[in-house]
Design a protein around this ligand. Structure first.
Ligand code: GAP
Length: 509
């Protein structure tokens, strides 16, 4: 990661926001190459979604009526359990403190969990509550007896993910999370067990409309773009005269006051999402869920990701409105992480907007003469997070003729510069020809003119920013109007007619 972050800064992909003031945590700026690549990524997504008959695009405003976020459940539920260290005042997401439990503490953790469970399990009502909580999380396992449940807990406690959930109190009584917290060292000051009780912290950024900072004027920066699509469902449907099934796509900024921003662009406070809501007749959701899962995995593969770096993660713990949810995960240098979620969201969102706004959100099916609230399949991918995934997937270091070459193997569609035009030397008219060629190609593509330094070094500079093709104007060009094209990944060279360079690039991009 360090190498990638350093290259991203040095070559102008990504800078720290407000760097001269020491930066602002969780915010990043895209530099000259970064913005080109991000735009290419967004365009690839936009084309894949809207260059078809059944998907329309929109661009909704970031600020929306505050009731939107009550209807969506974000005011009540978009929270993380948080604790503060009483000594140094550092704030943490509860489940992240799991990493601070040493192996020695893990056996103490087991003791705490079991003595706690045993007291609760001696009471039949307590037992039933735990059993229900347990089944909700892992409905694949049927447990009937106290012994069976205790046994399962005993196995699960060894599983890091389960222990994390325990600590976060997702599963069990928050009192137990508090006992466990007594074992944990503060990652900042090192003190043990100095944490406050866990509190719920809403992740939405709040601000005010108009000059009066009054609770009546509160608005939120949207934490997802999806709600802009839901509230416009009928507007879009009637304006475009679409019939079910059809989708609405949107790319835009989203904001979350994440407690722990981390891993470069992976979890930031300001980021961009590319979301598409596909509206279907109830009963057809499973078929379209499978269809969109396939389409979305294919999108990453078509843009050059390798299958071994992608995997599916099935959500066992579903949101109360979700029928099914899968994430596409990418193998980052720090481990697997979600880049996209595909969710079967039932009629929850449209249904709730109908309730909260008092306006009908029903679709009229002309064939069956029925009115109903459609079901929704959502595909939701972070533009910034997948930008980072493509950067990581492309980064490579190779030994070439005894020298290390750093190369970004971007798909030509994503590469910020499509080609470099290089006069071999700055004389005999080679530079003039290269300038003219650059101007011609710039009508269609981002291309870069470079005449400084040895040709080998110029190639390396282009490899490092992922430019797929370098065209060199040399003495042969003066005789037969051909140029050398050097391909980034294979480093193979061939000659093409200058008049064919534009077609050459169009074909490959
Ligand atoms: N509308 C559904 C939704 O927002 P999500 O799983 O919370 O679902 C979808 O977010 C995608 O947005 C994630 O897969 C990720 O790519 C991106 N994302 C979410 N939070 C992010 C953050 N703090 N920083 C960067 N990207 C984020």
């Amino acid at each position: 990661m360090d190498k990638i972050v350093s290259l991203a800064k040095r070559r102008g992909f990504v800078f720290q926001s407000s760097e001269i003031y020491g930066g602002l945590n969780g915010c990043w700026d895209y530099g000259p190459l970064g913005v080109e690549m991000l735009n290419n990524l967004k365009q690839a997504w936009w084309r894949s979604m809207t260059f078809r008959d059944d998907i329309e695009g929109i661009d909704a405003s970031i600020l929306m009526h505050p009731r939107v976020w009550e209807a969506s459940g974000h005011v009540a539920n978009f929270t993380d359990p948080m604790v503060d260290c009483k000594q140094c005042k550092a704030r943490y997401r509860l489940d992240h403190l799991y990493e601070q439990l040493s192996p020695k503490n893990l056996s103490k953790l087991e003791e705490i969990v079991f003595s706690f469970l045993q007291t609760r399990f001696s009471d039949p009502v307590g037992f039933e509550t735990f059993l229900a909580a347990y089944r909700k999380q892992r409905d694949d396992i049927q447990l009937m007896t106290v012994e069976g449940l205790l046994d399962e807990y005993r196995k699960l406690i060894k599983d890091a993910k389960f222990a994390k959930e325990l600590l976060a109190g997702y599963f069990i009584d928050p009192n137990m999370a508090d006992s466990i917290l007594k074992l944990v060292n503060c990652p900042n000051c090192g003190n043990v067990g100095t944490f406050t009780e866990a509190r719920q912290f809403n992740l939405m950024f709040k601000t005010f409309v108009g000059p009066v900072e009054d609770t009546n004027n509160v608005v939120y920066l949207r934490p997802e773009t999806a709600q802009g699509i839901f509230v416009n469902f009928l507007n879009v449907q009637s304006a475009s005269r679409q019939k079910l099934p059809f989708g609405i796509a949107q790319i835009g900024k989203a904001f979350r006051n994440e407690i722990n921003t981390k891993n470069f662009l992976f979890r930031t406070r300001e980021f961009e999402q590319m979301e598409m809501q596909y509206f279907v007749k109830p009963g057809e959701e499973d078929k379209f869920f499978e269809y969109w899962r396939e389409e979305r995995m294919k999108w990453f593969l078509d843009l050059g990701m390798k299958q071994e770096n992608l995997q599916w993660h099935k959500h066992e713990k579903l949101a109360h409105y979700a029928k099914a949810a899968f994430d596409i995960e990418f193998k980052f240098p720090f481990g697997w992480g979600e880049i996209e979620g595909i969710h079967s969201r039932t009629d929850f969102d449209l249904g709730n907007h109908e309730k909260f706004s008092g306006k009908a959100m029903k679709y009229y099916d002309e064939q069956t003469k029925e009115k109903f609230v459609p079901y929704v399949i959502e595909t939701s991918v972070g533009a910034s997070r997948s930008f980072m995934a493509f950067l990581c997937a492309s980064y490579d270091e190779e030994m070439v003729e005894g020298e290390m070459r750093t190369v970004l193997h971007f798909h030509p569609k994503l590469a910020p510069m499509k080609a470099a035009i290089l006069p071999l030397v700055n004389r005999d008219g080679m530079d003039d020809i290269a300038h003219t060629m650059t101007k011609d190609l710039q009508k269609h593509f981002r291309v870069f003119y470079d005449d400084s330094g040895a040709i080998g070094r110029r190639y390396r500079r282009q490899d490092e920013i992922g430019t797929p093709y370098c065209f060199t104007v040399d003495s042969q060009t003066l005789q037969d109007q051909t140029v050398t094209v050097r391909e980034r990944d294979s480093m193979k060279q061939e000659r093409v007619a200058m008049s064919k360079v534009k077609e050459y690039l169009f074909e490959r991009i």
